[in-house]
Design a protein around this ligand. Sequence first.
Ligand code: ASP
Length: 443
Amino acid sequence: MRTVVAKFGGTSLADAGQFKKIKDIISKDPDRKFIVASAPGKRFPEDVKVTDMLLKCYHHAKNDEDYEQDICEIQKRFQEIIDELHIDFTLDEEIDTIRKHLSENPDSQYMASRGEYLNSQLLAAFLGFTFVDPAWCVCFNEDGTLDSNMTRRAMGAALRPLKKAVVAGFYGADSDGRIHTFSRGGSDVTGSLVASAIQADLYENWTDVSGLLAADPRIVDSPKSVEYLSYRELRTLSYMGASVLHTDAVLPASDLGIPINIRNTNSPDDHGTIIVRKLPEGKVKHPVVGVAGRLGMSVIQVEKVMVSDGSGFSAIMLDILRERKLPFEQCLTGIDTITLVIRSDLLNPCKDELLTEIKSKLSPDYLGIKENLSMIAVVGERGTESSDANVKVLHAIDNAGIEISTINQGAGKLNLLIGVPEERYKDAIIAIYESIDSSLNEV
Ligand code: ASP
């Protein structure tokens, strides 16, 4: 018998109707033994996620403002689910505990975690599964970083004796019992940690789309969905802004080679996207799997004759960034030039000082900065092996009359990174997508 971990996101658990869909999905496959749950998400576009409602309470409490109305709204959201599904669960005591916390010493991470804490208890009661509080088995260090090894051991020990369980997503605790959360969307990470701790055969991530789309649907009209993807491709796409899975959710599962399957709770017969270490031989022929990008980039260009003579110019440049703890997205070196791509929100607060330091330490012949750029990644382990795919992409950008500021492709050839002005970002994504569209899903 296989073991499947199924994580359900906020929209999949937004109301009683969604809970029923989940029960149906779980009952169709007895291998779905470990469930990871988010807090109730949006029921309709203008709705507010319960996590945001909880954080609002925290801010009111912090500013000595009244939060009673907000608490009542939160209680109402959960009570509606309880009533409609006739779940045997009393909320009053739990809500009073939250009230007490808010009045004594409000903490934002504790508050943010209560949506998952309550929703998972409701789901466990509805399914007849055991509820597992991750405060006991998702182990954080005091500084808020995750202790992965300890978590794997504690989670394994907590879950192995259980036949069927619901684990609350998104949070854990340190050794003093203080609650810590992952960054937003972090229940995906919990799902991956559970899958890794029990060495699951499959990690299903149930959401509201039928898998990863090859481009942002807010920019490209009805982009195709991707059937197979490698972990590396997924990580690159999600780092570059494709929002199907939390970036940190890939590692725990990929370390053990556990396949991740993105599925749609509202359309459970769709196969979704399967993410694996190695793409199945002969099944995936299309060169590029998708395109994604990020706005808000700046490029610093430094030129000096004989930069590349081995005198340590690049090392000094990177040292300057390291000392300032300023991360860079890309570093491109050419003959006598170094180009650094840096997130503008990180660069701006220290831009002038940084440029002065570069001037004084490196005395460059030229030092320039380009701002308001976007970086686009055209991703595909096979795509960028074929120069044909690259040529098509670059042609498409050129034909759309878009200026290319940087091009970067490492020897790893996982992706082609292209910098274009922010105001042409959407046009570039559309042009690139059109150039790869016909070959997507080519099998
Ligand atoms: N509820 C949290 C959020 O809204 C975590 C999650 O849904 O994964 O970000």
